[in-house]
Design a protein around this ligand. Structure first.
Ligand code: NCD
Length: 318
């Protein structure tokens, strides 16, 4: 078996062969999801708990649908209303949940590293649905699947990741994944949002958007993460749109068949022009959402197989 992970906490620990195995399985789930009967029993009998300590629309819905399509019992914990508000620590909440025997725990948390910490305390598979500025592995995997299906490959592509790289776990996970698969990555944005240390990931940094987009195969736009900024990162949204907002003029510097991506939610008229976002000949934003469900199904299926194997081994050795 190629996929050896116990948890999916980030892209960092994955071997390229594990990424490929996961994407191959996700391709099969894309087919299943396009049928009228979208059901499989891969997670039958298992319990999936979604704990989102930060707001989320598509990621939470996507994980919920993925679990239900695979036959799991899925519970969404309303973390805003939970005991966390009464001062219970993350670990206490996790231990309480753990006592209910979940098999898969999907966690989003505002602090980088919080999901890793939690994974050390529970005895089920943990999936990181985004932790602070650290990682958002299923987003990078769904982006990879979208690129692979539309470009026909996932290596030796020129990919521009544009905008608020500094605050983005999506950018970090994508940088790691696309780097492992041997692509050339450019980071495009003002120095306040694309700090020079990101060159460590092996990316080239561009301050000028038109230069940065020249001849690229993929243009990945990022949301301005205003909730993570404490002022002073951009002069004004208007000025930002003028210099870094993706419009037809700036996109004309990319390859004529370059695809446009965005993880959502979008700020139309800030980082991207609404018409570009809706242009079905260029934008694959809706495909990204579709791939998201399939990738999460594949990730939970593979982790559940490893979980069952390790439980079976423990039973034999007991
Ligand atoms: C991203 C996130 O939450 O990190 N969104 C998502 O998962 N679809 C990106 C963002 O919030 O801008």
């Amino acid at each position: 078996m190629t996929f050896r992970q116990k948890h999916l906490l980030g892209i960092e620990p994955l071997h390229p062969a594990e990424i490929t195995a996961l994407l191959d399985l996700a391709d099969q789930y894309v087919d299943l999801n396009r049928r009228e009967q979208k059901h499989s029993d891969a997670l039958k009998g298992l319990t999936q708990v979604n704990m989102f300590f930060e707001n989320s629309t598509r990621t939470q819905a996507s994980f919920e649908l993925a679990g239900k399509r695979l036959g799991a019992d899925v519970m969404n914990m309303a973390m805003q209303a939970s005991s966390i508000k009464k001062g219970e620590t993350l670990i206490d909440t996790a231990m309480t949940l753990n006592a209910m025997h979940p098999d898969l725990l999907v966690v989003r948390h505002p602090h980088s590293g919080a999901v890793d910490l939690l994974a050390q305390k529970v005895n089920c598979a943990v999936l990181n649905a985004g932790d602070g500025r650290h990682e958002h592995p299923t987003q990078a995997l769904l982006d990879a699947l979208t690129i692979r299906r539309s470009r026909g490959r996932l290596h030796r592509l020129n990919i521009a990741i544009c905008g608020d790289v500094a605050h983005s776990r999506v950018a970090r996970s994508n940088l790691i994944l696309l780097g492992k698969m041997e692509n050339r990555i450019r980071l495009v944005g003002p120095p306040t949002l694309v700090p020079a240390q990101f060159a460590e990931f092996g990316a080239e940094i561009y301050e000028d958007m038109e230069e940065g987009l020249r001849d690229v195969d993929v243009v990945m736009m990022l949301r301005l993460q205003k909730e993570r900024m404490d002022g002073g990162f951009i002069p004004s949204e208007r000025e930002y749109y003028h210099r870094y907002g993706l419009d037809a003029q700036k996109l004309s510097h990319a390859r004529p068949d370059a695809i446009v991506m965005h993880p959502g939610p979008m700020n139309r008229g800030v980082e991207i022009d609404g018409e570009i976002a809706d242009d079905i000949n260029r934008s694959v934003i809706q495909e990204q959402v579709e791939m998201g469900v399939a990738v999460r199904m594949a990730a939970m299926d593979l982790l559940a197989r490893n979980l069952r194997d390790s439980r079976a081994n423990r039973a034999v050795n007991a």
